[in-house]
Design a binder for this molecule. Structure first.
Ligand code: ADP
Length: 312
């Protein structure tokens, strides 16, 4: 069983309004409301791959109830900490071929919420063999919260994959106990290091030799349509992917984390782990729905992904 974590999930509302008018009334049909959050996307893709998954995090109110209802419809096992504040809505207005987003920040967690979640997390750890943590932290939690979660996994010998950015990523990298894997994209990597990492082997290799990355088993730098650059142990790999008809790449990073987690759980070879991770990312980009992959195309795409070890 794999555990996926989303600390600040949302209901994602999309309003298609072809001629959006500012300072006026806009009426909308064809509204879509989905349970949103990076760890929920990871859980959906793991489920579609036929693997056991349970998803957790923090939610509350009627918006929280809606999220649970949507997950239950997809038969995704869930065990969230319920708090007495409303979870957030995130609104995307689709207009004039553009997307204007209005993102609520969500609840501010208390010290009691923090302790209660860690207790829940520890009890969930007794039943899982791998954890993925995705996305940003809600207000009220310390920026080293993911570090605490990584440490608790480490104490039990459970690998923890972290897909986050900014200060919470920095906090887990400066810690003595390292996560099993991280999956920054190239923008997140550049922000983290405060330099402009170029999408070429020399620049990426240089960036990943930073001492912050020592002791992390897998660093997967995803690069959208350009595939990925990877450090595994002391080895570097370049992963190239086929050209596809991109429909909607939102959530491809989450789908990549899902494929990675499933392959690692099955103790696959380096090559198969990376090919699986890229394939699920690509399959997500080929669909309109975020966090959905058509598994019928898996083998075809998998066979077109190439992993090349870089000689130093
Ligand atoms: P994130 O969503 O975290 O920024 P990426 O955009 O790098 O992550 O996407 C993760 C993976 O999904 C890529 O490494 C690739 O395998 C696949 N992917 C994303 N965008 C595309 C695209 N335009 N064409 C093909 N594959 C894509």
């Amino acid at each position: 069983m794999i555990l996926t974590v989303t600390m600040n999930p949302s209901v994602d509302i999309s309003y298609p309004i072809s001629d959006f008018k500012l300072d006026d009334v806009n009426r909308v049909e064809g509204v879509r409301k989905t349970a949103g959050g990076k760890g929920l996307n990871v859980a959906r893709v793991i489920k579609q791959m036929g693997e056991g998954v349970v998803t957790t995090g923090v939610l509350g109110g009627t918006i929280g109830d809606y999220i649970i209802q949507e997950l239950s419809k997809d038969r995704i096992e869930n065990d969230f900490l319920k708090i007495n504040q409303e979870s957030r809505n995130c609104i995307a207005i689709l207009h004039d071929s553009k997307q204007t987003e209005i993102l609520e920040s969500g609840p501010t967690l208390t010290a009691e919420d923090e302790a209660a979640f860690l207790t829940k997390y520890e009890s969930l750890l007794t039943n899982v063999s791998l954890v993925t943590i995705s996305g940003s932290l809600p207000k009220g939690l310390p920026s080293d919260f993911y570090r605490q979660m990584v440490e608790r996994g480490h104490e039990r010998g459970i690998p923890v994959v972290v897909d986050t950015s900014g200060e919470s990523l920095r906090q887990i990298l400066i810690s003595e106990v390292k996560p099993f894997a991280i999956k920054p994209n190239i923008t997140e990597l550049s922000q983290l290091l405060g330099i402009n990492v170029e999408p070429n082997i020399e620049s990426l290799r240089q960036a990943l030799t930073n001492e912050w990355f020592q002791g992390i088993e897998w660093i997967v730098v995803s690069m959208g349509g350009a595939g990925a650059f990877v450090k595994h142990g002391q080895n570097f790999y370049q992963v190239t992917i086929p050209k596809i008809n991109v429909i909607n790449p939102v959530g491809s990073g989450d789908a990549t984390v899902a494929g990675f987690a499933v392959a690692v759980k099955h103790e696959q070879s380096v090559k198969v782990v990376l090919k699986t991770a890229m394939t699920t990312g690509i399959l997500n980009a080929m669909e309109a729905v975020t966090g959905y992959i058509n598994t019928a195309n898996f083998e075809d795409i998998f066979n077109q992904v190439q992993v090349e070890k870089i000689d130093l």
